[in-house]
Ligand binder design. Sequence first.
Ligand code: GLU
Ligand code: MG
Length: 446
Amino acid sequence: MTTTYPPAERAAQAREAEAHLATSGIDGVVFGWVDNAGITRVKSVPLAQLEHAAEHGVGAVPCFEVSLVDDSFTSTPSSTGPVGDLRLVPDLDRLAPLAAQPGWAWAPADRYAQDGTPHPGCQRGFARRITEAIERRGFSVRAGIEIEWVVADATGAPATTAPGFGMTRFIEHSDYLREVLRALTAQGLAVLQLHPEYAAGQFEVSVAAEGPVEAADTAILVRHTIRAVSARRGLRVSYAPLFTEGAVGNGGHLHLSLWRDGRNLGHGGPGRHGLHPEAEHFLAGALAELPALLALGTPSVASYLRLVPSHYAGAYRCWGLENREAALRLIAGSAAGQANAEFKCFDAAANPYLAIGGVLAAGLAGLAAGLPLPPETVGDPAALDGAERLPASLPEAIDAYEKSAVLRQALGPELYETVLAVRRAEAELFAMRTDAEVIDATRWRY
Ligand code: GLU
Ligand code: MG
Protein backbone atom coordinates (compact mmCIF):
# COMPACT_ATOMS: atom_id res chain seq x y z
CA MET A 1 0.00 0.00 0.00
CA THR A 2 1.33 3.41 -0.93
CA THR A 3 1.91 5.31 2.25
CA THR A 4 2.92 8.83 3.18
CA TYR A 5 5.99 9.73 5.20
CA PRO A 6 6.82 12.72 7.38
CA PRO A 7 9.12 15.34 5.79
CA ALA A 8 12.35 14.17 7.44
CA GLU A 9 11.81 10.60 6.23
CA ARG A 10 11.03 11.86 2.75
CA ALA A 11 14.30 13.81 2.75
CA ALA A 12 16.24 10.71 3.83
CA GLN A 13 14.55 8.68 1.11
CA ALA A 14 15.45 11.37 -1.44
CA ARG A 15 19.13 11.38 -0.42
CA GLU A 16 19.30 7.65 -1.04
CA ALA A 17 17.46 7.98 -4.35
CA GLU A 18 19.70 10.86 -5.46
CA ALA A 19 22.83 8.82 -5.02
CA HIS A 20 21.37 5.96 -7.02
CA LEU A 21 19.92 8.17 -9.77
CA ALA A 22 23.18 10.06 -10.19
CA THR A 23 24.99 6.85 -11.07
CA SER A 24 22.24 6.04 -13.61
CA GLY A 25 22.75 9.30 -15.52
CA ILE A 26 19.57 10.97 -14.31
CA ASP A 27 19.64 14.79 -14.43
CA GLY A 28 16.17 15.65 -13.19
CA VAL A 29 12.93 14.32 -11.77
CA VAL A 30 9.48 15.19 -13.07
CA PHE A 31 6.59 15.20 -10.58
CA GLY A 32 3.18 14.48 -12.03
CA TRP A 33 -0.38 14.82 -10.83
CA VAL A 34 -3.66 14.55 -12.65
CA ASP A 35 -6.19 17.35 -12.52
CA ASN A 36 -9.96 17.00 -12.26
CA ALA A 37 -10.27 17.30 -16.04
CA GLY A 38 -8.02 14.25 -16.51
CA ILE A 39 -4.94 16.14 -17.71
CA THR A 40 -1.55 15.27 -16.21
CA ARG A 41 0.24 18.41 -15.07
CA VAL A 42 3.90 18.39 -14.06
CA LYS A 43 6.79 20.20 -12.51
CA SER A 44 10.40 19.08 -12.50
CA VAL A 45 13.51 19.63 -10.41
CA PRO A 46 17.18 18.98 -11.10
CA LEU A 47 18.50 16.00 -9.20
CA ALA A 48 20.35 18.23 -6.72
CA GLN A 49 17.00 19.70 -5.63
CA LEU A 50 15.28 16.36 -5.04
CA GLU A 51 15.94 16.25 -1.31
CA HIS A 52 14.59 19.75 -0.76
CA ALA A 53 11.58 19.04 -2.95
CA ALA A 54 10.82 15.78 -1.16
CA GLU A 55 11.00 17.42 2.23
CA HIS A 56 9.14 20.67 1.48
CA GLY A 57 7.38 19.98 -1.81
CA VAL A 58 7.51 22.30 -4.81
CA GLY A 59 4.98 25.02 -5.47
CA ALA A 60 1.81 24.23 -7.39
CA VAL A 61 -0.58 26.90 -8.60
CA PRO A 62 -4.05 26.33 -7.09
CA CYS A 63 -5.81 27.38 -10.31
CA PHE A 64 -5.17 23.87 -11.62
CA GLU A 65 -7.67 22.62 -9.06
CA VAL A 66 -10.31 23.98 -11.45
CA SER A 67 -8.61 23.61 -14.85
CA LEU A 68 -10.52 22.34 -17.88
CA VAL A 69 -9.48 20.21 -20.83
CA ASP A 70 -8.78 23.32 -22.95
CA ASP A 71 -6.55 24.92 -20.27
CA SER A 72 -9.19 27.44 -19.29
CA PHE A 73 -10.37 27.62 -15.67
CA THR A 74 -13.60 27.62 -13.76
CA SER A 75 -14.05 28.47 -10.08
CA THR A 76 -15.65 27.26 -6.85
CA PRO A 77 -16.27 29.00 -3.52
CA SER A 78 -13.04 27.41 -2.23
CA SER A 79 -10.87 28.27 -5.25
CA THR A 80 -8.47 31.15 -4.76
CA GLY A 81 -7.74 32.29 -8.33
CA PRO A 82 -4.25 33.72 -8.64
CA VAL A 83 -3.62 33.70 -4.89
CA GLY A 84 -2.14 30.92 -2.75
CA ASP A 85 0.13 27.94 -3.21
CA LEU A 86 0.04 24.18 -2.77
CA ARG A 87 3.03 21.90 -2.29
CA LEU A 88 3.63 19.02 -4.70
CA VAL A 89 5.36 16.24 -2.81
CA PRO A 90 6.77 13.37 -4.87
CA ASP A 91 6.08 9.83 -3.73
CA LEU A 92 9.55 8.35 -4.03
CA ASP A 93 8.21 4.83 -3.46
CA ARG A 94 7.11 5.11 -7.09
CA LEU A 95 10.19 6.86 -8.46
CA ALA A 96 11.06 5.48 -11.90
CA PRO A 97 13.79 6.43 -14.38
CA LEU A 98 12.02 7.06 -17.69
CA ALA A 99 13.31 4.67 -20.32
CA ALA A 100 12.12 6.75 -23.27
CA GLN A 101 13.13 10.12 -21.79
CA PRO A 102 16.81 9.59 -21.06
CA GLY A 103 18.12 11.62 -18.15
CA TRP A 104 14.71 11.99 -16.53
CA ALA A 105 13.01 10.12 -13.73
CA TRP A 106 9.34 10.40 -12.76
CA ALA A 107 7.36 10.28 -9.54
CA PRO A 108 3.66 10.77 -8.87
CA ALA A 109 2.98 13.64 -6.49
CA ASP A 110 0.54 14.30 -3.66
CA ARG A 111 -0.63 17.81 -2.93
CA TYR A 112 -0.30 19.38 0.49
CA ALA A 113 -1.15 22.76 1.96
CA GLN A 114 1.81 24.98 2.82
CA ASP A 115 1.45 24.03 6.49
CA GLY A 116 2.11 20.39 5.56
CA THR A 117 -1.43 19.09 5.97
CA PRO A 118 -2.85 16.96 3.15
CA HIS A 119 -4.76 19.03 0.59
CA PRO A 120 -8.44 17.95 0.64
CA GLY A 121 -8.62 18.38 -3.16
CA CYS A 122 -5.81 15.87 -3.79
CA GLN A 123 -7.26 13.08 -5.93
CA ARG A 124 -4.44 10.67 -5.10
CA GLY A 125 -4.99 11.33 -1.42
CA PHE A 126 -8.67 10.53 -1.93
CA ALA A 127 -7.88 7.16 -3.54
CA ARG A 128 -5.50 6.41 -0.68
CA ARG A 129 -8.09 7.34 1.98
CA ILE A 130 -10.72 5.04 0.50
CA THR A 131 -8.21 2.22 0.09
CA GLU A 132 -7.33 2.55 3.76
CA ALA A 133 -11.03 2.50 4.70
CA ILE A 134 -11.40 -0.81 2.85
CA GLU A 135 -8.32 -2.20 4.54
CA ARG A 136 -9.66 -1.22 7.95
CA ARG A 137 -12.62 -3.48 7.23
CA GLY A 138 -10.28 -6.38 6.60
CA PHE A 139 -10.42 -6.35 2.79
CA SER A 140 -7.92 -5.52 0.13
CA VAL A 141 -8.36 -4.66 -3.53
CA ARG A 142 -6.26 -5.55 -6.58
CA ALA A 143 -6.71 -3.30 -9.57
CA GLY A 144 -5.41 -2.66 -13.06
CA ILE A 145 -6.32 -0.30 -15.90
CA GLU A 146 -6.14 -1.37 -19.54
CA ILE A 147 -4.71 1.28 -21.81
CA GLU A 148 -5.98 1.68 -25.36
CA TRP A 149 -4.44 4.27 -27.65
CA VAL A 150 -4.45 5.43 -31.24
CA VAL A 151 -1.03 6.01 -32.75
CA ALA A 152 -0.91 8.56 -35.53
CA ASP A 153 1.72 9.84 -37.94
CA ALA A 154 3.01 13.41 -37.88
CA THR A 155 0.00 14.58 -39.94
CA GLY A 156 -2.34 13.25 -37.25
CA ALA A 157 -3.71 10.39 -39.36
CA PRO A 158 -3.88 6.89 -37.82
CA ALA A 159 -0.50 5.25 -38.38
CA THR A 160 -2.11 2.03 -39.56
CA THR A 161 -5.36 1.00 -41.13
CA ALA A 162 -4.35 -2.65 -41.30
CA PRO A 163 -6.96 -5.04 -39.84
CA GLY A 164 -7.90 -4.80 -36.16
CA PHE A 165 -6.16 -7.45 -34.06
CA GLY A 166 -4.29 -8.27 -37.29
CA MET A 167 -0.79 -9.60 -37.74
CA THR A 168 -0.27 -7.14 -40.60
CA ARG A 169 -0.76 -4.25 -38.18
CA PHE A 170 1.59 -5.94 -35.76
CA ILE A 171 4.27 -6.42 -38.42
CA GLU A 172 3.95 -2.85 -39.65
CA HIS A 173 4.70 -1.62 -36.13
CA SER A 174 6.85 -4.45 -34.85
CA ASP A 175 9.85 -2.27 -33.89
CA TYR A 176 7.61 0.33 -32.29
CA LEU A 177 5.79 -2.24 -30.19
CA ARG A 178 9.07 -3.80 -29.14
CA GLU A 179 10.28 -0.40 -27.97
CA VAL A 180 7.05 0.13 -26.04
CA LEU A 181 7.43 -3.28 -24.43
CA ARG A 182 11.08 -2.70 -23.57
CA ALA A 183 10.50 0.74 -22.12
CA LEU A 184 7.60 -0.40 -19.94
CA THR A 185 9.52 -3.43 -18.72
CA ALA A 186 12.70 -1.41 -18.06
CA GLN A 187 10.62 0.77 -15.73
CA GLY A 188 9.59 -2.24 -13.68
CA LEU A 189 6.06 -2.46 -15.08
CA ALA A 190 4.64 -5.98 -15.37
CA VAL A 191 3.18 -6.12 -18.87
CA LEU A 192 0.65 -8.91 -19.35
CA GLN A 193 -0.42 -8.38 -22.96
CA LEU A 194 0.18 -6.06 -25.89
CA HIS A 195 -1.92 -6.22 -29.04
CA PRO A 196 -3.38 -4.36 -31.98
CA GLU A 197 -6.92 -3.20 -31.12
CA TYR A 198 -9.87 -2.71 -33.42
CA ALA A 199 -10.04 0.96 -34.47
CA ALA A 200 -7.65 2.42 -37.05
CA GLY A 201 -4.24 3.00 -35.45
CA GLN A 202 -5.35 1.47 -32.16
CA PHE A 203 -3.29 -0.72 -29.82
CA GLU A 204 -3.75 -1.92 -26.26
CA VAL A 205 -1.56 -2.91 -23.34
CA SER A 206 -2.53 -4.51 -20.05
CA VAL A 207 -0.44 -4.75 -16.90
CA ALA A 208 -0.57 -6.90 -13.77
CA ALA A 209 -2.99 -6.06 -10.96
CA GLU A 210 -1.70 -4.24 -7.89
CA GLY A 211 -3.03 -2.02 -5.10
CA PRO A 212 -5.55 0.67 -6.16
CA VAL A 213 -3.30 3.72 -5.80
CA GLU A 214 -0.41 1.88 -7.42
CA ALA A 215 -2.67 0.85 -10.30
CA ALA A 216 -3.61 4.48 -10.94
CA ASP A 217 0.06 5.49 -10.79
CA THR A 218 0.90 2.73 -13.22
CA ALA A 219 -1.82 3.77 -15.66
CA ILE A 220 -0.32 7.24 -15.79
CA LEU A 221 3.23 5.98 -16.16
CA VAL A 222 2.24 3.55 -18.93
CA ARG A 223 0.61 6.39 -20.85
CA HIS A 224 3.60 8.71 -20.50
CA THR A 225 5.90 5.93 -21.60
CA ILE A 226 3.93 5.04 -24.71
CA ARG A 227 3.71 8.72 -25.63
CA ALA A 228 7.46 9.21 -25.13
CA VAL A 229 8.39 6.13 -27.17
CA SER A 230 6.05 7.35 -29.91
CA ALA A 231 7.44 10.89 -29.86
CA ARG A 232 10.95 9.57 -30.40
CA ARG A 233 9.69 7.94 -33.60
CA GLY A 234 7.81 11.03 -34.79
CA LEU A 235 4.46 9.47 -33.91
CA ARG A 236 1.60 11.05 -32.00
CA VAL A 237 -0.59 9.32 -29.43
CA SER A 238 -4.23 9.84 -28.54
CA TYR A 239 -5.92 8.43 -25.44
CA ALA A 240 -9.02 10.53 -26.10
CA PRO A 241 -12.36 8.75 -25.73
CA LEU A 242 -12.97 9.07 -29.45
CA PHE A 243 -10.45 9.64 -32.24
CA THR A 244 -12.79 9.36 -35.23
CA GLU A 245 -16.51 10.08 -35.29
CA GLY A 246 -18.59 6.90 -35.34
CA ALA A 247 -15.60 4.61 -34.77
CA VAL A 248 -14.79 2.48 -31.73
CA GLY A 249 -13.08 4.59 -29.09
CA ASN A 250 -10.33 4.30 -26.52
CA GLY A 251 -11.46 2.72 -23.27
CA GLY A 252 -9.74 2.86 -19.92
CA HIS A 253 -11.26 -0.30 -18.47
CA LEU A 254 -10.76 -0.73 -14.76
CA HIS A 255 -10.28 -4.28 -13.45
CA LEU A 256 -10.90 -4.93 -9.76
CA SER A 257 -10.92 -7.86 -7.40
CA LEU A 258 -11.81 -7.87 -3.71
CA TRP A 259 -9.73 -9.99 -1.36
CA ARG A 260 -9.83 -11.09 2.26
CA ASP A 261 -7.17 -13.15 4.07
CA GLY A 262 -5.33 -13.85 0.83
CA ARG A 263 -8.48 -15.15 -0.88
CA ASN A 264 -10.06 -13.64 -3.99
CA LEU A 265 -13.73 -13.14 -3.13
CA GLY A 266 -14.65 -13.37 -6.79
CA HIS A 267 -13.75 -17.05 -6.96
CA GLY A 268 -14.91 -20.27 -5.31
CA GLY A 269 -17.83 -18.71 -3.44
CA PRO A 270 -21.43 -19.91 -3.23
CA GLY A 271 -22.87 -17.08 -5.35
CA ARG A 272 -23.25 -16.66 -9.08
CA HIS A 273 -20.10 -17.63 -10.99
CA GLY A 274 -18.27 -18.27 -7.73
CA LEU A 275 -18.82 -14.86 -6.16
CA HIS A 276 -18.63 -14.68 -2.38
CA PRO A 277 -21.39 -12.66 -0.67
CA GLU A 278 -19.02 -9.74 0.06
CA ALA A 279 -18.05 -9.52 -3.61
CA GLU A 280 -21.73 -9.47 -4.60
CA HIS A 281 -22.43 -6.63 -2.17
CA PHE A 282 -19.39 -4.72 -3.39
CA LEU A 283 -20.41 -5.03 -7.04
CA ALA A 284 -24.01 -4.18 -6.17
CA GLY A 285 -22.76 -1.00 -4.51
CA ALA A 286 -20.78 -0.06 -7.60
CA LEU A 287 -23.74 -0.78 -9.90
CA ALA A 288 -26.04 1.30 -7.70
CA GLU A 289 -23.74 4.31 -8.03
CA LEU A 290 -22.63 3.70 -11.61
CA PRO A 291 -24.56 6.58 -13.22
CA ALA A 292 -22.95 8.96 -10.71
CA LEU A 293 -19.57 7.27 -11.07
CA LEU A 294 -19.58 8.16 -14.76
CA ALA A 295 -18.90 11.74 -13.66
CA LEU A 296 -15.57 10.40 -12.41
CA GLY A 297 -14.81 7.60 -14.91
CA THR A 298 -16.21 9.08 -18.15
CA PRO A 299 -15.76 12.75 -17.32
CA SER A 300 -15.60 14.43 -20.70
CA VAL A 301 -18.29 15.53 -23.12
CA ALA A 302 -16.32 13.39 -25.59
CA SER A 303 -16.70 10.36 -23.31
CA TYR A 304 -20.35 10.07 -24.30
CA LEU A 305 -19.51 9.94 -27.99
CA ARG A 306 -17.61 6.73 -27.19
CA LEU A 307 -20.02 5.29 -24.62
CA VAL A 308 -22.64 4.01 -27.07
CA PRO A 309 -24.15 0.57 -27.64
CA SER A 310 -22.49 -1.99 -29.92
CA HIS A 311 -19.00 -0.52 -29.46
CA TYR A 312 -17.85 -2.79 -26.60
CA ALA A 313 -17.78 0.30 -24.40
CA GLY A 314 -20.27 -0.99 -21.80
CA ALA A 315 -23.07 1.54 -22.25
CA TYR A 316 -25.64 -0.42 -20.20
CA ARG A 317 -26.04 -0.39 -16.44
CA CYS A 318 -25.85 -4.13 -15.84
CA TRP A 319 -23.40 -6.94 -15.22
CA GLY A 320 -22.78 -10.23 -16.97
CA LEU A 321 -20.22 -12.99 -17.25
CA GLU A 322 -17.87 -12.14 -20.12
CA ASN A 323 -20.49 -9.70 -21.39
CA ARG A 324 -18.67 -6.97 -23.33
CA GLU A 325 -21.74 -4.77 -23.71
CA ALA A 326 -22.40 -4.70 -19.96
CA ALA A 327 -20.78 -1.83 -18.07
CA LEU A 328 -19.65 -4.42 -15.55
CA ARG A 329 -18.11 -7.49 -17.17
CA LEU A 330 -17.43 -10.34 -14.81
CA ILE A 331 -14.29 -12.29 -15.69
CA ALA A 332 -14.15 -15.71 -14.08
CA GLY A 333 -10.55 -16.39 -15.17
CA SER A 334 -9.01 -19.81 -15.25
CA ALA A 335 -7.38 -19.51 -11.82
CA ALA A 336 -8.45 -18.16 -8.43
CA GLY A 337 -6.20 -15.12 -8.69
CA GLN A 338 -7.59 -14.06 -12.06
CA ALA A 339 -11.29 -13.59 -11.33
CA ASN A 340 -12.16 -9.91 -11.47
CA ALA A 341 -14.79 -7.38 -12.45
CA GLU A 342 -14.08 -5.09 -15.38
CA PHE A 343 -15.63 -1.62 -15.46
CA LYS A 344 -15.76 -1.25 -19.22
CA CYS A 345 -17.60 2.04 -19.30
CA PHE A 346 -14.63 4.12 -18.11
CA ASP A 347 -12.18 5.85 -20.42
CA ALA A 348 -8.79 7.51 -20.24
CA ALA A 349 -10.15 11.03 -19.91
CA ALA A 350 -10.73 10.00 -16.30
CA ASN A 351 -8.45 10.97 -13.50
CA PRO A 352 -7.67 7.37 -12.52
CA TYR A 353 -7.42 8.22 -8.83
CA LEU A 354 -10.94 9.64 -8.87
CA ALA A 355 -12.33 6.72 -10.87
CA ILE A 356 -10.77 4.06 -8.66
CA GLY A 357 -11.49 5.88 -5.41
CA GLY A 358 -15.10 6.43 -6.47
CA VAL A 359 -15.68 2.78 -7.35
CA LEU A 360 -14.12 1.65 -4.09
CA ALA A 361 -16.29 4.07 -2.11
CA ALA A 362 -19.41 2.81 -3.89
CA GLY A 363 -18.35 -0.80 -3.33
CA LEU A 364 -17.74 -0.11 0.33
CA ALA A 365 -21.22 1.42 0.65
CA GLY A 366 -22.64 -1.72 -0.97
CA LEU A 367 -20.73 -3.88 1.51
CA ALA A 368 -21.88 -1.83 4.48
CA ALA A 369 -25.53 -2.02 3.37
CA GLY A 370 -25.36 -5.71 2.32
CA LEU A 371 -26.82 -4.67 -1.05
CA PRO A 372 -28.08 -7.57 -3.17
CA LEU A 373 -26.57 -7.94 -6.63
CA PRO A 374 -29.34 -7.70 -9.27
CA PRO A 375 -29.91 -10.53 -11.76
CA GLU A 376 -27.26 -11.09 -14.39
CA THR A 377 -27.73 -9.80 -17.92
CA VAL A 378 -27.18 -12.60 -20.40
CA GLY A 379 -26.65 -11.59 -24.02
CA ASP A 380 -26.41 -8.19 -25.67
CA PRO A 381 -28.41 -5.73 -23.53
CA ALA A 382 -29.32 -3.79 -26.70
CA ALA A 383 -31.47 -6.74 -27.72
CA LEU A 384 -33.23 -7.05 -24.35
CA ASP A 385 -36.38 -5.29 -23.23
CA GLY A 386 -35.86 -3.02 -20.25
CA ALA A 387 -32.06 -2.86 -20.35
CA GLU A 388 -31.02 0.41 -18.72
CA ARG A 389 -28.70 2.73 -20.58
CA LEU A 390 -26.14 4.58 -18.52
CA PRO A 391 -26.23 8.39 -18.78
CA ALA A 392 -25.91 9.28 -22.45
CA SER A 393 -24.36 12.70 -21.94
CA LEU A 394 -22.17 14.52 -19.44
CA PRO A 395 -25.10 16.62 -18.12
CA GLU A 396 -27.01 13.39 -17.37
CA ALA A 397 -24.01 12.01 -15.47
CA ILE A 398 -23.70 15.30 -13.59
CA ASP A 399 -27.35 14.97 -12.50
CA ALA A 400 -26.66 11.51 -11.10
CA TYR A 401 -23.46 12.72 -9.40
CA GLU A 402 -25.35 15.55 -7.74
CA LYS A 403 -27.77 13.01 -6.26
CA SER A 404 -25.04 10.69 -4.96
CA ALA A 405 -24.75 10.95 -1.19
CA VAL A 406 -22.14 8.18 -1.32
CA LEU A 407 -19.76 10.13 -3.57
CA ARG A 408 -20.42 13.42 -1.80
CA GLN A 409 -19.49 11.87 1.50
CA ALA A 410 -16.49 9.92 0.18
CA LEU A 411 -14.91 12.77 -1.79
CA GLY A 412 -15.40 15.33 0.96
CA PRO A 413 -16.92 18.77 0.36
CA GLU A 414 -13.98 20.45 -1.38
CA LEU A 415 -13.12 17.72 -3.87
CA TYR A 416 -16.79 16.93 -4.53
CA GLU A 417 -17.58 20.57 -5.34
CA THR A 418 -14.47 21.07 -7.42
CA VAL A 419 -15.17 18.03 -9.58
CA LEU A 420 -18.75 19.21 -10.01
CA ALA A 421 -17.63 22.68 -11.07
CA VAL A 422 -15.18 21.26 -13.61
CA ARG A 423 -17.80 18.90 -15.08
CA ARG A 424 -20.38 21.66 -15.37
CA ALA A 425 -17.90 24.01 -16.96
CA GLU A 426 -16.84 21.43 -19.56
CA ALA A 427 -20.47 20.61 -20.34
CA GLU A 428 -21.02 24.30 -20.94
CA LEU A 429 -17.78 24.70 -22.89
CA PHE A 430 -18.95 22.16 -25.46
CA ALA A 431 -22.71 22.69 -25.25
CA MET A 432 -22.96 24.38 -28.65
CA ARG A 433 -20.34 22.27 -30.44
CA THR A 434 -20.99 19.49 -32.92
CA ASP A 435 -19.72 15.98 -32.20
CA ALA A 436 -16.93 16.47 -34.74
CA GLU A 437 -15.87 19.70 -33.04
CA VAL A 438 -15.82 18.01 -29.63
CA ILE A 439 -13.65 15.22 -31.01
CA ASP A 440 -11.30 17.74 -32.63
CA ALA A 441 -11.04 19.71 -29.39
CA THR A 442 -10.18 16.66 -27.26
CA ARG A 443 -8.26 14.34 -29.61
CA TRP A 444 -4.78 15.36 -28.47
CA ARG A 445 -5.52 16.59 -24.95
CA TYR A 446 -5.45 13.44 -22.79
N1 GLU B 1 -12.27 0.03 -27.48
C1 GLU B 1 -13.39 -0.40 -26.68
C2 GLU B 1 -13.79 0.72 -25.73
O1 GLU B 1 -14.06 1.78 -26.18
C3 GLU B 1 -13.10 -1.67 -25.91
C4 GLU B 1 -12.74 -2.87 -26.71
C5 GLU B 1 -12.46 -4.04 -25.79
O2 GLU B 1 -11.32 -4.15 -25.35
O3 GLU B 1 -13.40 -4.78 -25.44
O4 GLU B 1 -13.88 0.56 -24.57
MG1 MG C 1 -9.54 -3.46 -25.65
